[in-house]
Design a protein around this ligand. Structure first.
Ligand code: SF4
Length: 774
């Protein structure tokens, strides 16, 4: 009983394993020497190493150059998955044959729920439309002991912050905004499903040690400026690639002035600058937040650790810790920002926005203001917005733009309902949507008459604003701002309106000017639990449950293990396609309408490489068979596979850049792909290929790219030795041309000992399953 709080929360599984982490930190200190100063991110990451000695000393100049060099083998404490990406993660987990997950995990049904008329109609409709996927996720969750948050319970990142994140925790989330949880002092990294499976089966998860970008905060926010504005401003400074390869670690006296949820907003949008993750040190605001979310004992343990002498302190950076780069932001001087359109790093201070709108000829009016989502639906955000609505309502005003509110979770929705915040919004004409992603992920059917292709503006407090993201209309300009600013601007309906300086005419003709918003960080009466139907199922495995996958389903299909590597070299491979130019994970596995097949490998494989340019003809997705006949790339791949012919792809630089999308490696493998040879690979995709048993090779001499043509026959030479020796030696490709001549191409590989094991077994999962059986 002690392990459960008054709210029946399983605190044991939600408490980071502090004694183990403190012991590991001690070991890290021993390995690196006690004088070595560590950042907070380093402390938490390295305390999660499987073996500090192995990860920190090899390839790092004896521990001196860890960042950017060391290959960290990490043991995360927990995994969270959203409904779209959980499908393939679970299908892969199931093929390992284990009875339960090795670490606590949760599934959150949020991405497949529309936002249109309001929660009451949208939620049942979405459940109906996605029933088989939700049933699959729920049955798998029950069988393997994963906490299942049903549709309507909330958005993954809000639920994680309210329930699972805690100072010092390390967690993987199968969604790019998982770093939201860093607001509560955790390291949480967004990954693909195959990476999540590593943690679920207790295999170490590998990460190249990130560099650390320190953001020093001084001063204090006031008036209209909010935490959202800090990250909007930082995105402008860093650009969408500026955080790549870095963890953003906030520090400085300004940290202690921020609310816990405000810090989460800032960490959430670290994804927009490409950062591996973002995090905050232990802060006084963490204590009341943990207490209010029924985790008082965790607050106590964390604050005890945060007060330990620095040598043992896991939750604060060492005083002399060095950052690879430092950016300073004075919160007292910061003004509200608006970012966009079309990219989150186009950042404009509010005072300059009107003139930029005029200069760029962007729409002067906007059709909808949308607040909330995983990024900005905290009690603080919503009560500050509520206060703006109350000011306007008292002056007799109604919003001129449509006004939508997305609560991030049932807990926050029920609390805002109890405290009359939601009724303030709805009385003013606002529409409260389901506790789900909805318009943030394109699940928004607009009813305001805007046609596809018609340029128009919307304002959202979300995090992303790529073309077409919200309403499928690539001409919709989504400007990102804080919820309180959007709320105020919705009353004028003008993109040129600045509530800090401008007035609106009331019905009586007198001008009305907003006062700066006020809100509360946390509800004085505590959080309400809300609808009990939205509480998660407990994380206790039940082997008697059968996982529901209809064999006739077009959306879900169980995975068959890929065949192991033969006991010979690869013979008779054929060049399926020689790709010209850029080949991203989107080129290899397109998104959009294909997303609904994420749990059905045969069906989603129909999109394999359909964006690839044919190097011989410049055609897109036109492949040539040996007899000269043409078909789409997936059609030819399938035909060859069914004839027992395995194949390879020849490509140029940075093959597989873009996302961690594992489908881009799974699909070629499913269709009979064995080797990809390119001028270079994107790092994450190269790893994903090896995990699925495909051998990525690069040309020793780039010019050899020119030696290949579609339908050439290829044999490997030396590959079997490389695999059996754990990565030693190199591979030659013997290329037989149509005219019977032969050429030999020298290649390079980056297969590690472990990765050779993946390829030999057929895939990383096969290897895990083999180990599990031993
Ligand atoms: Fe992703 Fe938007 Fe959902 Fe957040 S609300 S998890 S950003 S889709």
């Amino acid at each position: 009983a002690e392990l459960h709080s008054a709210h029946n929360v399983d605190l044991a599984s939600r408490t980071p394993p502090y004694p183990k982490l403190l012991a590991r930190l001690k070991e890290v200190r021993r390995v690196l020497g006690s004088s070595r100063q560590l950042t907070l991110a380093e402390k938490i990451l390295y305390a999660h190493l499987e073996s500090p000695e192995e990860s920190l000393l090899s390839n790092t100049n004896n521990g001196r150059d860890i960042r950017g060099q060391a290959n960290l083998k990490l043991k995360p404490d927990r995994v969270a998955m959203q409904d779209a990406s959980a499908q393939m993660a679970l299908l892969q987990f199931m093929s390992c044959g284990l009875g339960s997950t090795a670490v606590p995990a949760s599934i959150h049904c949020d991405h497949m729920i529309v936002g249109e008329k309001g929660a009451d109609t949208d939620l049942p409709q979405s459940i109906k439309g996605n029933k088989e996927v939700f049933d699959f996720l729920e049955s798998a969750a029950k069988k393997y002991g994963i906490e299942f948050w049903p549709p309507g319970a909330g958005i993954i990142h809000q639920s994680v912050l309210e329930n699972y994140s805690a100072p010092g925790l390390m967690m993987l989330g199968t969604d790019s905004h998982s770093p939201n949880a860093g607001g509560l002092g955790a390291i949480v990294i967004g990954v693909g499903g195959a990476d999540a499976v590593d943690a679920l089966v207790d295999a170490p998860w590998e990460l190249k040690a990130p560099k650390i970008l320190g953001v020093k905060l001084t001063g204090k926010l006031s008036g209209w400026t909010s935490p959202k504005d800090v990250i909007l401003h930082l995105a402008g400074q860093l650009t969408v690639r500026g955080g790549t390869g870095y963890i953003i670690e906030y520090f400085g006296p300004g940290v202690n002035t921020l609310s816990c949820t405000g810090m989460a907003t800032m960490c959430n949008m670290g994804a927009e600058v490409g950062a591996t993750t973002s995090l905050f040190p232990f802060s006084p605001a963490h204590i009341p937040y943990l207490q209010a979310t029924h985790r008082g004992p965790i607050a106590q343990q964390a604050s005890d650790i945060a007060n330990l002498p620095m040598e043992q302190n896991l939750l604060r950076p060492d005083p002399e810790a060095a950052y690879d780069k430092v950016i300073e932001i004075n919160l007292s001087e910061l003004e509200p920002h608006i970012n966009g359109p079309f990219t989150p790093d186009l950042s404009t201070p509010l005072s300059k926005f009107k003139s930029l709108v005029e200069e760029m000829d962007w729409p002067r009016t906007f059709g909808a203001g949308l607040i909330g989502s995983c990024t900005n639906s905290s009690y603080q955000d919503m009560t500050r917005s509520e206060e703006i609505v109350k000011q306007a309502s008292a002056a007799g005003l109604k919003p001129k733009a449509d006004f939508f509110i997305t609560p991030g979770s049932e807990q926050i929705r029920a609390t805002l309902d109890r405290d009359d915040t939601l009724s303030t919004f709805t009385k003013a004409g606002g529409t409260v949507l389901a506790n789900a992603c909805g318009p943030c992920i394109g699940q928004w059917t607009r009813t305001d008459g805007v046609k596809k292709g018609e340029a128009n503006a919307i304002l959202t407090s979300y995090n992303r604003n790529f073309p077409g993201r919200n309403d499928g209309n690539r001409a919709t300009m989504n400007f990102l701002a804080s919820p309180e600013l959007i709320t105020a601007m919705s009353y004028s309906g003008a993109t040129t309106f600045n509530p800090m300086t401008d007035s609106i005419d009331t019905p009586s003709g007198t001008p009305f000017k907003f006062s700066p918003p006020k809100g509360s960080d946390l509800p004085s009466a505590g959080f309400a639990t809300g609808n009990p139907d939205f509480l998660p199922t407990p994380g206790v495995p039940d082997p008697s449950v059968s996982v529901i996958v209809d064999p006739q389903s077009t959306r879900l299909a169980l995975l068959d293990p890929f065949p192991a590597f033969p006991s010979t070299e690869l013979e008779g491979l054929r060049v399926l396609y020689k790709v010209k130019g850029q080949c991203t994970t989107d080129t290899i596995s397109a998104a959009g309408p294909w997303l609904k097949y994420k749990g059905h490998l045969p069906n989603i494989s129909e999109n394999t490489l359909i964006g690839a340019v044919n190097a011989a003809t410049d055609e897109v997705n036109v492949a040539y068979d040996v007899d000269g006949s043409t078909s789409s790339i997936p059609e030819l791949a399938k035909r060859w596979r069914d004839q027992g012919i395995e194949w390879l792809v020849v490509a140029e630089h940075n093959y597989g850049e873009g996302s961690a999308r594992e489908h881009a490696a799974l699909q070629p493998r499913y269709l009979g792909g064995r080797v990809i040879i390119s001028k270079s690979f994107a790092r994450i995709h190269e790893t994903n290929l090896k995990k699925q048993g495909i051998v990525p090779l690069t040309f020793a001499d780039e010019a050899d790219y020119d030696l290949f043509d579609a339908c050439d026959e290829v044999h490997t030479r030396g590959l079997l030795d490389v695999l059996r020796s754990g990565g030693k030696g190199s591979v030659e490709l013997v290329v037989k041309k149509k005219d019977g001549s032969e050429k030999v191409v020298q290649t390079r590989h980056t297969l590690s000992h472990d990765q050779c094991g993946f390829v030999l077994a057929g895939s990383a999962l096969n290897l895990l399953a083999l180990k599990g059986r031993k």
